[in-house]
Write a protein that binds this ligand. Structure first.
Ligand code: ZN
Length: 398
């Protein structure tokens, strides 16, 4: 098994021939499985995702390995025996090469330095990660590994591919996480000079300098092992650009330089906390005043609605009403997004009108023994609903 993409990973265009084209389906979409004499579009393998590109300007949506064949999925059919002009989506491929060679380098450094073996790895859309055979690792270990990794990149270290026969005794000393059962032909070994030799089918960089830089990120425990996240190559620069943009926005919003961002956010958090506490206290005072105002009247019904407020506000009013036969309808929330409501009073009335109130507020509720509470979707008709409660109370008492 060797395709042109493996022999010449830097080739962006290639001429081949269509061998077969058969109707096929991919994720419910109709299309064609196309096999070429050779290809520069890499099928998924070794943890590296498949390439995208075009054959005679027809987009390729998927490339998979079937034994020694690479099968390309296209929406349009291609004529058998016709010449095939293949173009690879180079940005995607080069990114995959940077992540994959980066993974080999990180794997080698963690194993050589600390004996942590790579159990699996994942090439993600934004970040990639490696699962290592250790329960945890220290920040110092990570920092030292990162330093060694980037030293090897700066040293212009060559990466080369060697082919071994399957029974070559030399293969035993080479790192491998297994070779597919249906694999045929010589075994491919990717070597990073003086650092690593690893069996792999992927497309790799020719030199570590093409990685530019690797940044190791956070770790997380996973099934008794440790997953470490990383950025390699252009992803380091892309992430830096997006962080600088975020930093600029924060500088504008917080009106201070990046060195003061943390202090400023902490100050704002503190202020927000004390403001929230004060607002809660004010609301409780307002709730008490509302209840006292009502207690000084001979009214039978109290309806209060506030845009700001919470369930606590409703409960405080309700608890301070002295007339236990009074009908209390309280609600908090904005006209458009709704909020909460509470209805209390004589059980015979509340149990009857509770569901109707919820329905009029386009919400849901529940309760028993003269207490009905729920959530409203909107309060734009709150005045009408308050009127309904008052009328129901009058009708009930007469
Ligand atoms: Zn590999």
């Amino acid at each position: 098994m060797a395709w042109e993409c493996q022999r010449s990973p830097y080739l962006r265009q290639f001429e081949s021939k269509v061998v077969s084209c058969t109707p096929a389906k991919l994720e419910g979409k109709n299309g064609f499985d196309v096999v070429l004499e050779d290809t520069i579009l890499f099928p998924a393998g070794g943890g590296q995702p498949d390439d995208r590109g075009t054959i005679n300007e027809v987009p390729v949506h998927d490339v998979r390995r079937d034994g020694s064949k690479a099968v390309h999925f296209t929406e349009k059919s291609l004529e058998v025996d016709a010449n095939a002009h293949i173009v690879v989506d180079w940005n995607r491929r080069f990114d995959h090469m940077q992540q994959h060679t980066g993974q080999h380098l990180i794997t080698a450094v963690f194993e050589n330095r600390y004996g942590y073996k790579t159990l699996s790895w994942n090439l993600g859309k934004v970040k990639s990660s490696i699962e290592l055979s250790c329960k945890s690792m220290t920040q110092e270990e990570i920092d030292c590994a990162e330093l060694e990794i980037n030293k090897a990149i700066k040293a212009n270290t060559p990466v080369s591919v060697h082919l071994y026969e399957k029974d070559d005794p030399g293969l035993e000393k080479i790192r491998s996480r297994g070779i597919p059962d249906d694999f045929a032909g010589p075994v491919r070994v990717v070597e990073i000079e003086n650092i690593d030799a690893n069996t792999c089918c992927g497309t790799h960089l020719a030199n570590l300098s093409h990685l530019q830089m690797i940044k190791l990120l956070h770790t997380e425990p996973t099934r008794g092992c440790t997953r470490i996240h990383f950025l390699a190559g252009n992803r380091v620069m892309n992430t830096l650009c997006s962080m600088i943009n975020t930093e600029r926005k924060l500088t504008q919003i917080l009106s201070c330089g990046p060195e003061d961002h943390v202090d400023q956010v902490q100050k704002l958090q503190k202020t927000a906390k004390s403001s929230q506490k004060a607002a809660r206290n004010y609301l409780r005072e307002i709730a008490t005043l509302e209840a006292e105002k009502f207690n000084n009247t001979s009214d039978l019904v109290l309806c209060v609605h506030r845009e700001d407020g919470d369930m606590d506000f409703l409960n405080v009013i309700n608890s301070k009403i002295r007339n236990k036969n009074a009908i209390i309808f309280l609600s908090v929330g904005s006209n458009s997004t709704g909020g909460q409501f509470l209805l209390t009073g004589p059980p015979s009335l509340i149990d009857k009108i509770g569901p109707s109130v919820a329905e009029r507020l386009q919400g849901k509720g529940g309760g028993k023994k003269g207490r009905y509470q729920g959530k409203a979707k909107a309060f734009n008709k709150i005045t009408d609903v308050q009127e309904f409660v008052k009328n129901s109370a009058v009708a009930d008492s007469s």
